[in-house]
Design a protein around this ligand. Structure first.
Ligand code: NAD
Length: 336
């Protein structure tokens, strides 16, 4: 038992260090696959020995501490994590569907559950707050409860509307991912080389580092893109959609870029087909992804399913076998 305790403490310490490097410094020292492997190891230990789970366990927390250099933003609706399905084969899709049906007490004779399937973009989560259709604040996820005010930097991203189109509700928080396209990343590095400057390691950390710059002029020089994928706080939305896919359609009408690689599918088989289809076109996508995300499409069913400590029960991330190599940290620029 003492050995298991030591092992859990070591895993916690290691994962907390990696999480700090990744979320706070935007400079990971190990590949995501290694982090995910250690995370699953700790989860398995805690499942077998619940008494080992401490309040500072990375399995209970979201993201990392917001940096004090930025003004703090308390999220009206927490920005949570998404559980990662451990099985990267099609079985992972079937397991998620089975867990949803079980939670909803659905019988075998009942019709399949409808899901919205989309890409898991590899960038930085942002909450955009619009009052009367005007962007008033942009914040990072931070530790889920409190994020960083990055409004000035976000305003420099051309794809993010400063004023919404159509008839948005008076208060609308839109959540999405700021990311860097692969071709933009390559061009940026070519420019860096030509100027005799250091190059960047990967699009994800470059995008995250750019959003968390203290100098908006530097952020403005980095080619960033955005995809919306959900909502935060919303008030008085007459005729609001009752499905996740409907929300994304509305966000597109308000002027947000919404990725068109998405589908509404039914049952675990539908999810598995989406996973396979995206797996086949993954290398041709103009940006990096971190797998796919499945979300129960009906908002009423989402409300019924609710949340665990750090994640909703109605969504899961389904990854692909890791293809990444170890990166070096030296080349990443951190200017906070
Ligand atoms: P997560 O796995 O908790 O998933 C939630 C995040 O997914 C959201 O905040 C959002 O940013 C993103 N997302 C992308 N597309 C989305 C969509 N369509 N719908 C909803 N959310 C979407 O996110 P996380 O905690 O930021 O972890 C992401 C990954 O970071 C992990 O899988 C892990 O591998 C990696 N990580 C790596 C290290 C490391 O040291 N290499 C450390 C920590 C985390």
């Amino acid at each position: 038992m003492a050995d298991i305790q030591t092992q859990a403490a070591q895993l916690r310490e290691l994962l907390n260090r990696y999480a700090h490097e990744y979320y706070v410094l935007d400079a990971p020292s190990v590949p995501d696959a290694e982090y995910d492997r250690l995370f699953r190891e700790l989860q398995a230990l805690e499942l077998a020995h619940p008494e080992l789970q401490t309040a500072d366990s990375p399995t209970l927390r979201v993201g990392g501490q917001p940096l004090p250099q930025f003004d703090a933003v308390v999220h009206a609706v927490p920005m949570l994590s998404i559980r990662t399905e451990t099985d990267v084969s099609e079985q992972g899709a079937l397991s998620f569907d089975a867990s949803v049906r079980k939670e909803l007490d659905l019988l075998a004779i009942e019709p399949p559950v409808e899901y919205a399937a989309e890409l898991k973009f590899d960038g930085l989560a942002i909450n955009l707050r619009y009052e009367n259709g005007v962007l008033v604040q942009a914040a990072t996820r931070g530790d889920g409860a409190t994020g960083e005010d990055v409004t000035q930097n976000i305003r420099t991203i051309g794809q993010i509307p400063l004023r919404l189109k159509g008839a948005p509700p008076p208060l609308l928080e839109v959540r999405g991912e700021v990311y860097m396209r692969r071709d933009d990343f390559q061009r940026l590095n070519e420019k860096q080389l030509a100027a005799g400057e250091k190059t960047f390691v990967n699009p994800r950390n470059t995008a995250a580092g750019a959003v968390r710059q203290l100098d908006p002029a530097i952020a403005a020089q980095r080619p960033l893109s955005f995809f919306g994928y959900g909502l935060g706080d919303v008030s008085a939305w007459d005729a609001a959609p009752d499905t996740h896919a409907g929300i994304l359609d509305s966000l597109a009408e308000f002027g947000f870029p919404i990725c068109d690689v998405r589908a509404v599918v039914t049952g675990g088989d539908g999810l598995a087909q989406f996973h396979a289809k995206v797996g086949a076109l993954r290398d041709e996508l103009p940006f990096d992804i971190d797998g796919v995300v499945y979300k129960v499409n009906s908002l009423a069913l989402q409300a019924e399913l609710g949340f665990r400590t750090r994640e909703p029960r109605w969504a899961v991330a389904h990854k692909y076998p890791a293809q990444e190599a170890l990166t070096t940290v030296e080349a990443i620029d951190i200017q906070v």
